[in-house]
Design a protein around this ligand. Structure first.
Ligand code: AVI
Length: 320
C-alpha cells in the first residue's frame, strides 16, 4: 500500500500574476469591457459562491444534487475503476463525494485555480476516503490542454458538474470540450452537468436573489482584480446587473457603473462612463438537443442523460 503522503500530491501550474494582469487589462480596455468569470473565485468569492448554492432561488445545485443522489450508482456504472478521474474546476470537491459513495477511481485529480479551495478540499477528501489517491492540480483549467508532467500517465475519465460549461461562449465551450476529449482519448467518458433552458422568471430570480448574495459575488470580482492589478476599485461606484438574454439563451451578469470616473493602472487610463457595464459572466442554458449538438462539434457522442424531477437540470455521460 502507498504511504499516506504519496496518496496526496500537489501539482502547481498556476498562471503568473503578470499574465493575469495582462488578461484583465485587455478586457478592461476593450470597447465593451469584460472580465473573465474565473476572477470571481478568490477566497471570498469561493465562500460567496458556496452561499449561492444554498440560496432558495438558486435551483441549479439542488437539482444536480438530486440527480447525483438518485442516479449515482447508475452513473458510476459508466466509469471504470481503472481510470484517473479528473475534475476541472473542482471547487470544494463537494459533488465528487456523491460518486465516491459508489465507486473508487484509480485516482482523483481535482483541477482548481483557487489554492485556498484546492488545498482544503483535497486534504479533507483524503481524510474521509483513506484509500483514495489524489493528484491536486492548481491550474486554470481553461488553458490546460494536458495534465502537468508530474502527474503520472493513466487512462482518464472526467467529471465536469455544476453547469460550468455554461459559463463559456459556445465556440469556447467547444474548444474546452475538444481539449478534454484529447486528454481522455478515444472511448474516454465525460460526465457533465448542464443547466436546462426554463421559464425566464425563474432564471432571473436565480441570479437576482433577495438576499443579494449574487450581487456581492459579482462585486467581489472588482475587489479581487483590484488586488491583482494593485489598484483598488471603488465597489460603491458599481451595481450588480443580471438578466436573461433570450436571443442568446443565456443569463448575463454585468457590473454597471453608477458614476463616471477613471483609474490609472500600469500606464493605462481606464475610463468608466455612467451606465457603462463590465460584462463579468454568461451562463448559457441548453436543451438536451442543443447541448448534444454542441458536444458533437467537439467530437463527443451522448451516451446517456439523466434529469431531475422538475426537469431543471441535465446530467450526461458523453463518450470521446
Ligand atoms: C459556476 N457557474 C455554473 C455559476 C452559474 O450559475 O453560471 C456561477 C454563478 N454566477 C452567478 N450565480 C452563480
Amino acid at each position: 500500500p502507498l504511504a499516506s503522503e504519496q496518496r496526496l500530491q500537489f501539482h502547481n501550474v498556476k498562471p503568473e500574476l503578470v499574465d493575469q494582469r495582462r488578461e484583465i487589462l485587455q478586457g478592461l480596455t476593450a470597447d465593451c469591457k469584460y472580465v473573465s468569470p474565473k476572477y470571481f473565485y478568490d477566497e471570498a468569492g469561493c465562500r460567496l459562491f458556496d452561499r449561492i448554492t444554498e440560496l432558495e432561488e438558486y435551483y441549479v445545485t439542488r437539482a444536480e444534487r438530486s440527480i447525483l443522489q438518485g442516479a449515482g450508482q447508475d452513473i458510476c456504472g459508466y466509469l471504470s475503476d481503472k481510470t484517473m478521474l479528473i475534475e476541472p474546476g473542482s471547487g470544494s470537491c463537494e459533488k465528487i463525494r456523491m460518486l465516491l459513495a459508489h465507486y473508487l477511481p484509480a485516482s482523483y485529480a481535482p483541477i482548481e485555480i483557487s489554492e485556498y479551495y484546492l488545498e482544503r478540499a483535497a486534504r479533507q477528501l483524503r481524510s474521509e476516503f483513506p484509500d483514495l489517491t489524489v493528484h491536486a492540480v492548481c491550474a486554470d483549467f481553461t488553458s490546460l490542454d494536458r495534465m502537468p508532467d508530474s502527474v503520472p500517465p493513466a487512462p482518464k475519465a472526467a467529471f465536469f458538474p455544476g453547469s460550468t460549461i455554461g459559463n463559456f461562449e459556445p465556440k469556447d465551450a467547444i474548444g474546452l470540450l475538444a481539449n478534454l476529449r484529447r486528454m481522455l482519448g478515444v472511448g474516454g467518458k465525460l460526465l457533465i452537468g448542464v443547466d436546462l433552458l426554463k421559464d425566464p422568471d425563474q432564471l432571473h430570480a436565480a441570479y437576482n436573489d433577495q438576499l443579494g448574495v449574487t450581487a456581492q459575488f459579482n462585486l467581489n470580482l472588482l475587489t479581487h482584480i483590484g488586488r491583482i492589478l494593485k489598484r483598488p476599485f471603488n465597489t460603491g461606484y458599481f451595481r450588480h446587473k443580471a438578466f436573461f438574454n433570450r436571443a442568446l439563451s443565456r443569463i448575463e451578469m454585468h457590473l454597471e457603473c453608477q458614476q463616471a470616473h477613471s483609474l490609472e493602472v500600469d500606464g493605462h487610463t481606464l475610463r468608466f462612463a455612467k451606465g457603462e457595464t463590465i460584462h463579468t459572466e454568461n451562463s448559457y442554458k441548453y436543451s438536451v438537443a442543443s447541448f448534444e449538438a454542441l458536444a458533437s462539434k467537439a467530437g463527443f457522442r451522448r451516451q446517456q442523460t439523466w434529469t431531475d424531477e422538475g426537469r431543471n437540470f441535465s446530467f450526461h455521460c458523453l463518450v470521446a
